[in-house]
Design a protein around this ligand. Structure first.
Ligand code: ATP
Length: 348
């Protein structure tokens, strides 16, 4: 099922939780909405699910309008499965019955339901807990019941609101793999909400970065990391240093830039022109120079990260330190000879 939003807005009193959001999610995509707390992620998901009427704009599922001017299709007519941060389980039913519920209401045979429930509980590692009531489970276990129920339903579109938020790191990465496998096997369009960029990068075909009710950029994870469209996205995704530079020359998607005493050739968007700009340097863009090339930098401080060091280096004529990664120890005050491998001139 494809999902389209055109200029969707939703306010709570004076606060615009969704500010003219437009998105196009192709059928079968694992689409992640990433953003800080309160930016409107849950509101977006609830609007798509039909749990929140919108003020303006239009939502289409598989090309069919479900929300728009004078139109609000209720959730049960939208055929999307939802997994929430809060689990929405039936308190009086045990785990297996909770997972079986959507299958039974869909009229499946008893043995088919039992087999599917067993399979889904196995997937989320809850088989030993099948007889327990939700009140007898931890937060993470309840979350997994909700996930298992969604898996059991086999919905063509699944909306997930931070489904892994309450899990410990180990279980979280297991569940990430399960989710990815489930998505590959089912081909269900998945809209997944998180404020964890590591999780977004690991799972997504496409990530939309959301900020204060708006989508700043929607791209595949690698493009988002390498070619962010703004300082905000660059700062939000991954580690980086933003350096004020002078663009000297632009040719074939590359720019010659100068900052401090350094002149480097970096990637740039098509619309780049000569003059002042901002250069995004990821830690891996700075490397130890080979041969006689490069420029001098002084180690300011280092942090051991297990197997490698994050190193902040200072350059003459540059006010902020640059972050790089070294696989050997370096001492503050040490002089390094560095090269810039790549880098990205921000479009704004
Ligand atoms: N029912 C409501 N009434 C009033 N304000 C609301 C309501 N629901 C959400 N908001 C406000 O709208 C904004 C967006 O909320 P939303 O829950 O969509 O954010 P979020 O990005 O999902 O946050 P989190 O990651 O913390 O769950 C917040 O400022 C929130 O306080």
């Amino acid at each position: 099922m494809s999902i389209q939003l055109a200029s969707v807005s939703k306010s709570f009193d004076a606060h615009k939780a969704l500010n003219s959001v437009s998105l196009s999610i192709e059928d079968g995509t694992f689409f992640v909405v990433l953003g800080p707390s309160g930016c409107g992620k849950s509101t977006l998901l609830r609007a798509i699910a039909g749990l929140e009427p919108v003020d303006a704009g239009e939502i289409k599922l598989s090309g069919q309008a479900v929300a728009g001017k004078g139109l609000h299709l209720p959730p049960e007519q939208r055929q999307v499965g939802v997994v929430f941060q809060s689990y929405a389980l039936w308190p009086h039913m045990n785990v297996a019955a909770n997972v079986a519920f959507p299958l039974e209401t869909a009229g499946e045979t008893r043995s088919a339901v039992a087999a599917r429930v067993a399979e889904c509980l196995e997937t989320v590692a809850l088989t030993p807990f099948r007889q327990r009531k939700p009140a007898e489970l931890s937060g993470g276990q309840r979350q997994r019941v909700a996930l298992a129920r969604c898996l059991a339903q086999g919905a063509r579109t699944v909306l997930m609101d931070e489904p892994l938020a309450n899990l410990d790191p180990h279980l979280r990465s297991t569940m990430e793999e399960e989710l990815a496998a489930f998505h590959r096997a089912s081909g269900a369009t998945t809209l997944f909400i998180t404020h964890d960029q590591r999780e977004a990068m690991a799972l997504a075909d496409k990530v939309a970065v959301m900020w204060d009710g708006s989508i700043l950029q929607a791209d595949d994870p690698d493009t988002l990391y390498r070619r962010p469209n703004s300082k905000k996205v660059a700062g939000f995704i991954g580690r980086s240093t933003l350096v004020p530079v002078d663009v000297l020359r632009v040719e074939n998607g590359e720019a010659q830039v100068r900052f401090g005493n350094v002149i480097a050739v970096v990637d740039c968007p098509d619309q780049t022109v000569s003059g002042p700009a901002t250069l995004l340097l990821r830690p891996e863009h700075l490397v130890l120079a080979t041969g006689t090339s490069g420029f001098e930098a002084t180690v300011e401080r280092t942090i051991y990260r297990g197997g490698y060091w994050e190193v902040f280096v200072r350059l003459e004529g540059l006010s902020q330190p640059l972050l790089m990664v070294l696989h050997r120890k370096a001492e503050p005050g040490e002089l390094l000879q560095l090269d810039i491998l790549r880098g990205w001139v921000l479009p704004e």
